[in-house]
Ligand binder design. Structure first.
Ligand code: ADP
Length: 500
């Protein structure tokens, strides 16, 4: 299995596209392929995908990536999967036909049901068992919705005629031609019906949502052989050997394998995940407690928090108010100033998430004077991304009782060196940007490679991970504290904007 002509394939099934990336033994990208698929919006707040298209797009990019790498399918030693989390699919166990479209994580159709669960006082119980805050985001209420709305579905589920799965389960089912109905524990931990302490589906939660247990997949670790491709795909029998939800895969791909290590993905929003080791940490700051991965019998837990408007602040400066032409110009403009000139931007364009949690907050610029220029607004936009990430990280540190020594980063906005340096100054910790920024796919490949001996152990993988750039604090802590004081004053003034 260790020959140099062997490769690993990561399938990265995202919200808007399916991707396949082939890695060599050095963890380098050999080839990749990507295909967008349809977003279905049946009504306001609803988002669906066609499970058939999820599968066909994923299968076609897998084939394309192999062709582009100029290798044969037999040279793929194993497949790792990472996927959009929480998205819910139910299909017929006999025919393999979905009984409804996939209900996507963003879908809000079960929001009022979730509110009724909260009103009935279930929040603490759900939080204690699952680490999650009751929300339409997670799979549980989506399963219930399909069982409630498709004729005869619950009865058929009870008889064992239906299968539920998140996207990982669906892909494994399709790839193995129905031989395996499984999910990995990271995906299970996002369903709101899985007990993260006992590591099993929870009877009380299943009863609360009226979900028959016959519909559930077997829960597996994140790194083991779940089955082999049936040969219909890629004309070879390839072991499927690693699975993790996208954020967890990124944490693993960044090799944040020790407690206290954290990664942040700077995309449209910013997604922070911190490894808390083998203990689940209950948050006092409304962060989520989740499973980072399971290797062998060992489970690693994580804290997770999101910033709604991250890179999107720059997008808005560009497309919304035309202050810049290109996101890349933001670095130069910010650096043209010695400091922020006292200008702060609170990008509460859709309310504020962790750790402020205020749906009624709205965006605002503060500290504007006659001397304020476009550059100040752009700099305030970039700084705002960093302030928000800082505040979530501090909340995590408080919950975990541990200070972060370094943060690893990925995502589109990490191309901005000003932002990265400012983040390092603010956090007073080192920021490492990896050479391979496809950390999500890399994480899935690492998990699969470990299971099949493509890589011996974590140490071998750690030796592969390379930082492209490292940013160390250059500014004085006191100076940054002054900035933070004004930032928090600005946040305070934007809170409750819509409240009477
Ligand atoms: P997503 O996966 O959420 O679509 P990406 O990881 O592709 O996001 O990152 C895109 C985001 O990063 C956009 O919101 C964009 O405004 C921002 N971005 C891209 N390049 C830069 C840059 N040089 N400086 C600041 N922000 C940037």
């Amino acid at each position: 299995m260790k020959q140099d002509n062997q490769f690993l394939m990561a399938l990265d099934q995202g919200t808007t596209s399916s991707r396949a990336i082939i890695f060599n033994k050095k963890g380098q990208i050999v080839s990749s392929a990507q295909k967008d698929f349809e977003q279905i919006f049946p009504q306001s707040g609803w988002v669906e995908h066609d499970p058939g298209e999820i599968w066909t797009s994923q299968a076609s990019v897998a084939t394309e990536a192999i062709t582009r790498a100029k290798i044969s399918a037999h040279q793929i030693a194993g497949i790792g999967i990472t996927n959009q989390r929480e998205t819910t699919i139910i299909w017929d166990r006999n025919t393999g036909e979905p009984i409804f479209n996939a209900i996507v994580w963003q879908d809000r159709r079960t929001a009022s049901f979730c509110n009724s669960l909260k009103d009935k006082g279930h929040a603490d119980m759900v939080r204690d068992k699952t680490g999650l805050i009751i929300d339409a985001y997670f799979s549980g209420t989506k399963i219930k919705w399909i069982l409630d709305h498709v004729d005869g579905a619950r009865e058929r589920a009870r008889k064992g005629e239906l299968c539920f799965g998140t996207v990982d389960s669906w892909l494994v089912w399709k790839m193995t031609a129905g031989a395996a109905h499984i999910t990995d524990i990271t995906n299970a931990s996002r369903t709101m019906i899985f007990n993260i302490h006992e590591r099993k589906w929870d009877e009380e939660l299943l009863a609360l949502l009226d979900i028959p247990k016959e519909i559930l997949p077997a829960v597996k670790s994140s790194s083991e052989v779940y089955g082999t491709t049936s040969g219909d795909l890629l004309s070879a029998k390839i072991p499927i050997a690693g699975i993790a939800g996208d954020q967890q895969a990124a944490l693993f791909g960044q090799l944040c394998t020790e407690p206290g290590m954290a990664k942040t993905t700077y995309g449209t929003g910013c997604f922070l995940v911190m490894n808390t080791g083998n203990k689940p940490v209950k948050s006092n700051n409304q962060l989520l407690t989740t499973i980072a991965w399971q290797l062998g019998d060992e489970v690693n837990y994580a804290l997770e928090g999101s910033v709604f408007i991250g890179g999107a602040a720059i997008q808005w400066l560009r497309d919304g108010i035309s202050v810049i032409k290109d996101a890349r110009d933001s670095k130069k403009m910010a650096e043209s100033l010695d400091d922020n000139g006292g200008v702060y931007f609170v990008p509460a364009l859709t309310g504020l998430g962790a750790p402020y949690w205020d749906q009624d907050a709205r965006g605002a610029f503060f500290g504007i004077t006659r001397g304020t220029s476009r550059a100040h607004m752009v700099r305030a936009g970039l700084e705002a991304i960093a302030y928000q990430v800082h505040d979530v990280l501090k909340a995590m540190e408080k919950d975990a009782g541990e200070e972060t020594k370094e943060m690893r980063v990925d995502g589109g906005a990490t191309a901005n060196d000003f932002l990265m340096q400012f983040q390092s100054d603010l956090n007073q910790c080192e920021i490492k940007r990896p050479a391979i920024i496809e950390t999500t796919a890399l994480g899935a490949a690492y998990l699969a490679g470990l299971a099949i001996g493509f890589w011996e152990d974590l140490d071998e993988i750690r030796a592969l991970w390379k930082a492209d750039e490292s940013f160390k604090p250059e500014k004085d802590k006191k100076e940054m504290e002054k900035n933070l004081k004004y930032w928090h004053k600005a946040v305070d003034r934007s809170l409750n904007w819509l409240t009477d």
